[in-house]
Design a protein around this ligand. Structure first.
Ligand SMILES: C[S@@+](CC[C@H](N)C(=O)[O-])C[C@H]1O[C@@H](n2cnc3c(N)ncnc32)[C@H](O)[C@@H]1O
Length: 284
């Protein structure tokens, strides 16, 4: 059995960033419900200033700006040049949104400026999450808030569990440290609480949020299954598990994943379960 390679350290500045840009519209559709839940939990008031951490192509920055209104402002930061370029290109003229290519863990941020630190699936990639959150907390006004969405465990997320189970006889699962930076680094709610407490936050809330993800898109069910497979092969844990594998192993794995997706409901998208935490806290 082949062994899955480890993801490169700064994948977001390379292939992952490229693929995220390529598939951005479908990824936004898939993640919409989770972002909306985190935005609702943030309870933004008109005129507020928001930092959108790991903002990607900016979908949530634009949604946050709509809630903050003309007197508010949103700064989106991301380490991926490709995604920041996409976000800037998509910014409507006059929108109170700015984007910055920066590592949120270390970027020079204006002190005591933001009412809210927000993120949709962008805060699980810090090497030292306590230091990163403490650094970002200094940019919050006194009593400022944090609200973000992060994934629960792979076992609870069928969009990962189904494809990874389908390939497990062909490709050994990567020997990943569950605490290492990555999409599931915040799966343990006790760890989230410990990180935020150590970084100086209080009133921490960690609420489960489940949603059906419309995975892939197509005019027919067959086209939707093919698209879901292509998406899974391009972005996320399956793509990392198969990167660098021989063509015959990739082809066998792809056929097995396609069969798993074909067992899911859905006509123009494959409907598949996702499980996140919606996390809220206040600067202590
Ligand atoms: C899963 S994507 C989510 C993107 C976006 N929030 C969305 O929901 O569409 C994670 C994002 O976090 C960004 N990211 C990872 N580490 C970062 C860091 N240290 N500082 C800023 N952005 C980071 C990546 O470049 C990527 O755009």
């Amino acid at each position: 059995m082949a062994t899955a390679p480890q993801p490169p350290t700064h994948e977001w500045t390379g292939a992952s960033g490229d693929n995220w840009v390529l598939h951005q519209q479908r990824l936004d559709l898939m993640l919409d419900a989770f972002g909306d839940a985190a935005i609702d939990a943030a309870a933004i008031a008109p005129g507020e200033h928001v930092l959108d951490i790991g903002c990607g192509a900016g979908a949530t920055s634009f949604a946050l700006a709509a809630r903050a209104g003309p007197g508010g402002h949103v700064l989106g930061v991301d380490i991926s040049p490709q995604l920041i370029a996409r976000a800037e290109a998509g910014t409507p003229a006059g929108s109170p949104v700015a984007f910055r290519l920066a590592d949120a863990a270390t970027a020079a941020l204006p002190p005591a400026t933001f009412d809210l630190l927000f993120s949709r699936f962008g805060v699980m990639f810090f090497d030292d999450p306590v230091a990163a959150f403490a650094h970002m907390r200094a940019a919050l006004k006194p009593g400022g808030r944090v609200a973000f969405a992060c994934w629960r465990t792979p076992a609870e997320n069928d969009w990962v569990r189904l494809p990874m189970t389908a390939i497990r006889d062909r490709v050994a699962p990567p020997a990943t440290d569950p605490l290492a930076p990555g999409p599931f680094a915040f799966a343990d709610p006790a760890r989230i609480g410990a990180i935020l407490t150590a970084a100086g936050f209080a009133d921490i809330g960690v609420a489960p949020f489940d949603a059906t993800i419309p995975y892939g898109e197509g005019a027919t069910r067959d086209a939707a299954i093919d698209d879901a497979l292509n998406l899974a092969l391009a972005v996320g844990p399956l793509s990392r598990a198969l990167a660098g594998q021989d063509d015959d192993i990739r082809a066998e794995a792809a056929a097995a994943v396609r069969a798993a997706f074909a067992r899911q409901p859905g006509e123009t998208s494959i409907l598949i379960g996702g499980a996140a935490w919606i996390v809220t806290a206040r600067a202590g």
